[in-house]
Design a protein around this ligand. Structure first.
Ligand code: PLP
Length: 411
């Protein structure tokens, strides 16, 4: 019998799934129709096969929260209290999760981290930014400030993919920017202010899109710690969220009242005015907020940031130890302390075609372990966000072993 949906007035919307009660089954991707001769026996498969680095695994409880919200908040005005209280729960939950110091504020708006790069370019860089770029995402923000006609040329400190670069003190710089976790390469960087940067009045602006909520951080070492909900928080994309220091707020005030033209949709000051009222400038994706809040409150109930950090680190331990024990697999990031505990990248020996391994995994519902497209390596990339069970990461490694054995047997 197929699930039956009965529409009705608000508050009486039912979704009935026969025999499963209120329990929604965990996601299970396609489990048959492999057009490859490579097979993986069911007992090796992870309970949940989603290992994508964003969008990432959405837990069944998040979807259940959506079903519940379907009877109340979905389809209602974002200016009224039900949606505003969701925004409030998101802001309060983040304040608790990151143990925000007095004066730090949570702002949010539409457009994701990519939009936040443009917003930061317009509203936070006074004259010159310095970026550390060691992968696609760090480089993209550098491109955004470099192209701005009203700014001096950006300084960009680069490093080879798979390593980490950090900014260094330079006269005339008023924003230092780098990613906490470079999702395209699987390298993570420390988050500490550049010595002397405070004294020169410069802001520290950290792209924490894939790290926030699962990497340790002292937010007082930053002025802006920004991210989006489709990575650690397992929600959908489309929003940006920023933790702002008083200095960051003052900078946007200063720049936006200085005469620089800032489009309203890219105004950090305007976003903050709305956020303070638990609103967004324009209509947000309410379902994304519902799933974000569910995940936030779940992480807090489990033990907050230390718990999330530990769970991702446990997965990372399993993945990297496995790779190091295989002659045909190598962690792409050489220095162990730079190996990301949220997004792991494993190079395969050239005799093993990673695209074949990835296709065989996909045919069995083990998904999205392809490397970042522009990196172009013979590699597996595995998200290890807190929603992902470390035992599923272990199961993934066993699946890869099994596929590689078959490839070797073929010669
Ligand atoms: C995913 C990602 C982005 C882009 O986020 P969008 O919300 O899609 O714009 C930026 N930076 C990092 C580090 C990311 O992982």
């Amino acid at each position: 019998m197929a699930p039956a949906c009965t529409g009705g007035p608000l508050g009486t919307v039912y979704v009935r799934t026969p025999n499963t009660g209120s329990h929604l089954p965990a996601y299970r991707g396609p489990v048959n129709a492999p057009d490859t001769a490579l097979t993986i026996p069911p007992h090796l498969l992870p309970a949940d096969g989603r290992f994508g680095s964003g969008p990432s695994k959405v837990r069944a409880e998040q979807v259940r929260a959506l079903v519940v919200a379907g009877g109340s908040v979905l389809g209602t005005s974002h200016r009224q209290s039900p949606v505003r209280s969701l925004v409030r729960r998101a802001r309060e939950g983040l304040t608790t999760l990151f143990d925000l110091s007095e004066g730090y504020e949570v702002a949010l708006g539409n457009g994701g981290s990519t939009t936040f790069w443009d917003m930061a370019t317009l509203c936070l860089v006074r004259e010159r930014a310095q970026h550390a770029a060691f992968g696609e995402f760090g480089a993209k923000f550098a491109t955004s400030t470099s192209r701005a006609p009203f700014l001096a040329d950006s300084e960009v400190v680069t490093a080879e993919p798979g390593t980490v670069a950090l900014p260094r003190f330079a006269e005339g710089v008023d924003v230092y920017a780098w990613p906490h976790n470079e999702t395209s390469t699987g390298a993570m960087a420390p988050v500490r202010r550049v010595p002397g940067s405070r004294e020169q009045g410069a802001l520290t602006v950290i792209d924490a899109t894939s790290g926030a909520g699962a990497l340790p951080v002292d937010v007082t070492e930053t002025d802006v710690y920004y991210f989006a909900p489709q990575k650690v928080f397992g929600s959908d994309g489309g929003l940006w969220i920023a933790l702002l220091s008083p200095d960051a707020v003052a900078r946007s005030e200063e720049i936006e009242s200085s005469g620089r033209w800032v489009p309203e949709s890219l105004s950090l000051r305007t976003a903050l005015v709305n956020s303070r009222q638990d609103q967004t400038l324009n209509t947000p994706a309410v379902a994304t907020l519902v799933m974000l809040v569910e995940q936030l409150e779940w992480i807090l109930a489990q033990g907050g940031l230390p718990w999330a950090v530990g769970r991702s680190a446990a997965s990372a331990e399993i993945l990297y130890a496995w790779a190091e024990e295989r002659s045909w697999a190598t962690p792409f990031v050489t220095r162990p302390e730079e190996r990301s505990t949220v997004v792991g990248t494993i190079d395969l020996d050239p005799t093993i075609d990673a695209t074949q391994v990835i296709a065989a995994l996909r045919a069995h519902g083990v998904l999205d372990v392809f490397p970042y497209r522009k990196l172009g390596r013979n590699q597996l990339r595995v998200a290890m966000f807190p929603a992902i069970d470390p035992e599923d990461v272990r199961a993934l490694t066993r699946c890869v072993d099994h596929v590689v054995e078959q490839l070797h047997a073929r010669g």
